[in-house]
Design a protein. Structure first.
Length: 434
């Protein structure tokens, strides 16, 4: 009788654990959809730049100014974003962010003048940077157990890429359907699609996501004043491991930027048509879910830091060797090179946030730690276009792009060394005060 009761209790416990795991993965899926829907609304220029210029009657310089506003707001709000994420439930921050982006998108679809566009991009910057960025990374970190960090962050990045690809395909199909109309008439339904998607996923997030504010309170962060917050900030910036992660992210994030130069390099160096270059670039995009999710699961199996270090080393070698590939290479072999570069790039991109767990940062300051790391690690958004421009002006054409790729590979090689140092320093690491 006792044995039967014990078996029943064990079965119930396993069932509860399985149910809890399914709920967490469903919540992760909602977070992934949120990230995949929000940022494409902000970066419509990736697929529709010329149409945007025509529809809004603005110049390329004016559009660049709007995106400069977006980038500046991001940099300014990364640290406050982390502070806010530690004090407000990620659920409501995600809901507010998606709602704000969606509503501003509907305003955007009315094609206001340039002065109003500045306010829209300012609002998008606040929603995408201040209220969303650290909140979603913190939510994913709290959802995953210590052994699930790699796969959870990999699923976030890979799933985000998949969501963006699906939405982009829908957007292009809608645009093609209305392509014969005036620019405003053909672009408006595309903007509406993205805006209503944000609003819909925002409503879903409000219903599905957990109130992780409770976990923060349980960890001792319920009633912190400004002095305590400043103390947490000072404590974090005094930790060498936080700076190491920041530099690792900085090195790895530049890989993503390098892929933006694929299309033009393929056309110039390999004499490929614009259509073929576009097809190869699409192949690269589909490597994001495979590389990020695959890298995440490998990280959980063989250690996130080990897989990240190997991935950065392999990526460094791949990018440096890519510049040596002769222009006469068969296209199928070039496609294989693109697949390899895509897998390496996205596996690194999906893993570097997972190594924060090795620092054992308490939940109450996880958001602040992410904010500090983001301000440094994502700074290539500001300086890398300047480096690329300087190289291309000094060495125009294919040579300039090749030197740019070598620079990216060198940064990644340095990043792999930093991962090794980080691994050694965190083998027996404990957060100050623990």
């Amino acid at each position: 009788m006792t044995a039967a009761i014990e078996r029943t209790e064990q079965t119930l416990a396993e069932s509860a654990a399985s149910s809890s795991s399914l709920v967490r993965y469903f919540q992760l899926a909602v977070l992934t959809l949120a990230a995949g829907a929000l940022y494409p609304m902000l970066y419509l220029r990736q697929n529709f730049e010329n149409t945007l210029l025509q529809a809004f009657h603005i110049t390329a310089d004016q559009l660049g100014e709007l995106y400069s506003i977006l980038g500046i707001v991001y940099v300014i709000t990364y640290i406050p974003s982390g502070w806010l994420a530690d004090r407000v439930s990620s659920r409501w921050l995600v809901v507010v962010s998606l709602g704000t982006v969606g509503l501003l998108g509907l305003w955007f679809a009315t094609f206001p003048d340039a002065s109003m566009l500045r306010w829209i991009f300012l609002g998008w910057g606040i929603a995408g940077g201040l209220t969303f960025w650290s909140a979603i990374l913190r939510a994913v970190k709290l959802l995953g157990t210590e052994r699930e960090q790699g796969r959870f962050f990999g699923i976030l990045d890979g799933g985000r890429g998949l969501t963006e690809a699906v939405l982009a395909s829908i957007a292009v199909a809608i645009f093609a359907h209305y392509a014969s109309l005036a620019p405003q008439l053909s672009l408006r339904p595309v903007i509406h699609m993205y805006a209503y998607t944000c609003l819909g996923i925002g409503a879903l997030a409000g219903l599905i996501l957990p109130n992780d504010r409770n976990r923060t309170c349980e960890s001792g962060g319920a009633a912190q004043g400004s002095a305590s917050a400043l103390g947490d900030f000072v404590t974090l910036i005094r930790i060498p491991e936080i700076w190491l992660i920041s530099l690792i992210v900085l090195a790895g994030y530049q890989l993503l930027w390098a892929t933006f130069s694929f299309s033009s390099y393929i056309q110039e160096h390999f004499s490929a048509s614009a259509v073929l270059a576009g097809e190869l670039t699409v192949i690269k995009l589909w490597m994001r879910p495979i590389g990020a999710i695959g890298g995440g699961f490998l990280g959980d199996r063989y250690s996130n830091v080990n897989v990240l270090g190997f991935g950065m080393l392999a990526a460094a070698a791949a990018w440096m060797l890519f510049v040596l590939v002769p222009s006469s290479i068969p296209m199928w072999l070039l496609a294989c090179c693109i697949v390899l570069l895509g897998l390496m790039t996205y596996s690194v991109h999906g893993l570097y946030w997972a190594i924060i767990d090795r620092c054992h940062v308490p939940a109450r300051v996880t958001g602040l730690a992410i904010g500090i790391i983001s301000m440094i690690g994502l700074s290539p958004d500001v300086f890398l276009p300047m480096i690329s421009s300087a190289i291309s002006h000094r060495f125009p054409g294919v040579l300039g792009t090749q030197l740019y790729f070598v620079y990216i590979g060198a940064c990644c090689l340095l990043g792999s060394g930093l991962v090794y140092v980080f691994k050694k320093r965190t083998e027996h690491y404990r957060f100050p005060g623990q």
